[in-house]
Design a protein around this ligand. Structure first.
Ligand code: SAM
Length: 320
């Protein structure tokens, strides 16, 4: 019996499997990028999406499959790893699910969405609930090809969308490891006051934006000081970044934190677990992340995060 399914980012199947193994979850098989397990669902940082209530449903015909899904609920997103033609015929019989790119700043979809796939021509796997509000975890945006100097701003847009909060005009942001300035650009165009810290200078167009000030320096030498947003895209060992984040949280200096946790070579699952265990925080592999995770945190008392941002799943620690 399949009790949970975890959608791996393409190329990170082994990383997801390692994380699940560490959480005591056995992957019994793969369906494309979907790791299937007979163990109950647990929180996973590396999964793009987690199917939390999968059921195997007979699909003797296209019509029977569509009817079975419609009988469960209205909105379904398809994950196709095989049987593409038959899946398309089933999907045609379901209400269309619009997966248009978001125009940032725009909230994540709030409509209830399930996921389904064909495991075999006559056998579906369908989960009425899943953790990502996006079809297959794919959070796409209408991109800005002119303003930002790199595409790194997309992962910050995605983090803000998942957090359900982004800087308001006049709020202060400290952007650590800011060059060439995609994140600083994203905050500045929202009207925030940005202090960018890096050894390297910002792209000239970002440096010239109103509200942006660049300072040459090391992220790790910055003493915690009151800011609405602490942002970090610094390339650093996860342990070192963890210590930085813990220092800022202990000092009660930042209202909210978004930071990228980057891994080189083997994944440091222990450091990832330590990030995931920080109260008030959330660790996710965003659609725009590569071999990295994004840590998001907000100080207690900040307005609640938007729906779809918490999984309600037991953490790794509590499943041990
Ligand atoms: C991935 S890039 C940041 C991209 C940026 N977020 C953007 O949107 O354009 C990482 C940056 O971290 C900087 N960096 C690395 N170590 C640093 C440190 N100890 N302190 C400050 N910046 C650092 C690098 O110089 C580099 O510019």
């Amino acid at each position: 019996m399949i009790r949970a399914a975890y959608l791996a980012p393409d190329g990170l199947q082994d990383t997801l499997a390692e994380e699940l193994r560490g959480a005591g979850v056995t992957v019994d098989g793969w369906h494309g990028l979907l790791a299937l397990s007979a163990d109950p669902p647990v929180a996973s940082a590396w999964a793009l999406d987690i199917w939390t209530d999968p059921q195997e449903i007979p699909a003797p015909s296209v019509k029977a499959a569509a009817d079975a899904l419609r009988a469960l609920q209205r909105n379904w997103s398809a994950y196709g790893a095989a049987q593409h033609r038959r899946m398309a015929l089933i999907a045609e019989r379901l209400p269309p699910v619009k997966a248009r790119p978001l125009v940032f700043p725009e909230p994540a979809p709030t409509g209830h969405l399930g996921a389904w796939t064909l495991l075999a021509p006559d056998r579906m796997l369908a989960s009425a609930t899943k953790t990502s509000p996006f079809v297959n975890g794919e959070c796409r945006f209408v991109e800005d090809h002119i303003g930002p100097p790199s595409r790194a701003y997309l992962k910050l847009w995605e983090a803000w969308t998942r957090l359900g909060a982004w800087p308001r005009p006049g709020e202060t942001c400290l952007d650590l490891g800011a060059a060439p300035g995609g994140w600083s650009w994203a905050a500045a165009v929202l009207g925030a006051q940005v202090t960018a810290v890096d050894k390297a200078p910002l792209d000239m167009r970002v440096a010239a934006l109103p509200g942006v000030a660049w300072r040459e320096g090391s992220a790790f030498a910055e003493p915690p000081a009151a800011v609405d947003w602490l942002l970090s895209d610094v390339i650093a060992y996860p342990d070192r970044l963890l210590a930085l984040v813990q220092r800022w949280i202990a000092a009660e200096a930042a209202g909210r934190i978004v930071c990228t946790v980057k891994f080189q070579g083997a994944t440091d699952h222990a450091a990832a677990a330590a990030f995931a265990a920080i109260p008030g925080g959330r660790l996710l592999h965003l659609f725009h992340n590569k071999h990295e995770l994004t840590f998001m945190w907000q100080r207690p008392g900040q307005p609640a995060a938007a729906s779809g941002t918490t999984t309600g799943l037991p953490s790794r620690a509590s499943t041990r």
